[in-house]
Design a protein around this ligand. Structure first.
Ligand code: NAG
Ligand code: NAG
Ligand code: NAG
Length: 444
């Protein structure tokens, strides 16, 4: 196997591809520097003037908690992790990439820049897909969803010991193997592995058992498989848990499209919005309409009433009525169902809107150029800032929104009553208690 270029020196590694990518990225996508507080007051006409303002930008993570974890790690120059098995929608992809980073840090190895697996869009829109087809559509770099420069810079600041490698060829070697880290733990309850601190020791034993100890100069490469909902995010303390996920920020064009969507909403519904607030109150209710997604595990959900249109939409409208909110922003890839919900909500004097309704001309073209999973990121950002949120318990997308919103709310502990979960700023329908336990394995 080839020795990956520049493995021993971080700057050389970066120069080998990553820097060039970042530079191109900046050249094409980055705008002027951003104001910290923006208040849109549409009653005084005009809304927002500069289209380049980004309401969803934030600086790279600069975290003492992460630095403490990284400086107490025993780093090993000859250990490299790849992270290319990130399948599914944003909820799955975001968490599995974060788990890869956490596992690489835990073992003191280097990390090759993660990649994201593409899904077949036809399957998602028409529900005729076969599960096997999920894996066959190629991969994209992290820039498919995320801001690569933000990721590298956050890790450089908060975990300087972690070496990031731009790219590693798919080589075969007896010293290279795939691994799902949680397989090294015997007991994995819904709340996640019980002793994540045992990971380096268990990994060492596994390496000794499965890999030859020579040639010593050749690095050991571990291709991490998709890890989802098994790593207890709070095992390094709450502050770490709520900071770590910020190493991922969405790509700039998606953030700007979401900003424009917010701006159009503010103009159209004559609603002054303070986008500096994590949760904008008062504003609108965000709803994740998910009734027709072939990626649901059907055998698991078909008996859940809230997985279907009538119960789900009735619950959402009821929630808007009791919160006295007259506008629902709907996140869904299914336009006919959004329109159906819109008609239904009219009877209760509630307006329904969505991104395709708000974005026009150039912005709409920009949205249409994005793939299905990228368009969902615009919705994701809209839902984060909504005054109230309604989603479904069987969706990782809904849960991801809830976990992040929780930090912007009054942090009231979530309560599960029959199958409805709520923490005061978000409500999920069709929730089992095991889902609540597993949510402790989702990075906020
Ligand atoms: C918005 O504009 C109206 C009318 O110009 C003004 O009365 C109000 O104070 C403004 N609100 C904010 C938050 O600036
Ligand atoms: C790095 O990890 C490998 C595999 O566990 C081990 O054989 C090697 O001794 C470690 N090197 C150091 C410097 O700890
Ligand atoms: C907007 O929200 C920020 C953050 O909560 C707050 O500091 C600021 O005072 C708000 N601005 C206005 C005009 O309400």
């Amino acid at each position: 196997m080839q020795h990956p270029a520049g493995i021993s020196r971080r700057p050389a590694v970066l120069a080998g591809g990553l820097l060039v990518t970042i530079w191109l990225w900046l050249a094409f996508f980055d705008g002027p520097s951003l104001p910290t507080h923006i208040v849109w007051n549409t009653s005084s006409k005009g809304g927002l003037t500069s289209p380049s303002i980004d309401a969803f930008d934030f600086p790279p993570v600069d975290s003492d908690e992460m630095r403490a974890v990284c400086s107490s790690t025993k780093w090993n120059q000859s250990l490299i992790f790849t992270c290319d098995n990130n399948h599914g929608g944003i909820g799955h992809v975001r968490n599995s990439i974060l788990n890869c980073v956490r596992y690489a840090i835990g073992a003191g190895g280097a990390l090759v820049m993660p990649n994201i697996a593409l899904r077949d869009e036809d399957d998602m829109e028409h529900d005729h897909g076969h599960a096997e087809k999920r894996h066959g559509f190629g991969r994209k770099g992290m820039e498919y969803m995320f801001d690569v420069e933000h990721f590298s810079e956050s890790l450089r600041l908060s975990c300087p010991e972690l070496m990031l490698i731009g790219h590693l060829e798919e080589t075969f070697s007896p010293r290279r193997r795939g691994l799902l880290p949680e397989h090294l733990f015997t007991n994995v309850p819904a709340s996640g592995i019980e002793h994540p601190e045992e990971w380096p020791v268990r990994l060492k034993a596994w390496i000794e058992k499965h890999m030859p100890s020579y040639p010593e100069k050749e690095p050991i490469v571990i291709d991490l498989e998709q890890s989802f909902l098994h790593y207890p995010t709070h095992s390094d303390g709450h502050k770490f848990a709520h900071t770590f996920g910020n190493i991922l920020k969405f790509r700039p064009d998606v953030r700007r499209l979401a900003t424009t969507t917010l701006k159009k909403l503010a103009e159209w519904y004559d609603m002054p919005l303070n986008v500096s607030e994590l949760i904008m109150n008062p504003s609108f209710m965000g709803a994740h309409l998910q009734t027709d997604n072939p990626f649901l595990e059907r055998r698991h959900n078909s008996d859940v009433a809230y997985a279907h249109f009538p119960a789900q939409t009735a619950a959402y409208i009821e929630q808007a009525i009791s919160a006295k909110i007259s506008l629902i922003y709907v996140a869904s890839g299914n336009l006919p169902e959004i329109h159906k919900l819109g008609l239904q909500a009219t009877a209760s004097n509630i307006a329904v809107t969505h991104k395709e309704d708000l974005l026009k001309d150039k912005d709409m073209e920009m949205l249409e150029r994005l793939r299905w999973d990228q368009r969902a990121l615009v919705d994701y950002l809209m839902l984060l800032k909504a005054q109230d949120f309604a989603g479904v318990g069987h969706s990782s997308f809904s849960w991801q929104i809830v976990m992040t919103r929780h930090e912007g709310g009054d942090k009231r502990k979530g309560v599960l009553e029959s199958d409805i979960w709520s923490d005061g700023v978000s409500t999920l329908y069709g929730v089992r208690s095991s889902y609540v336990e597993s949510s402790g394995c989702m990075w906020s």
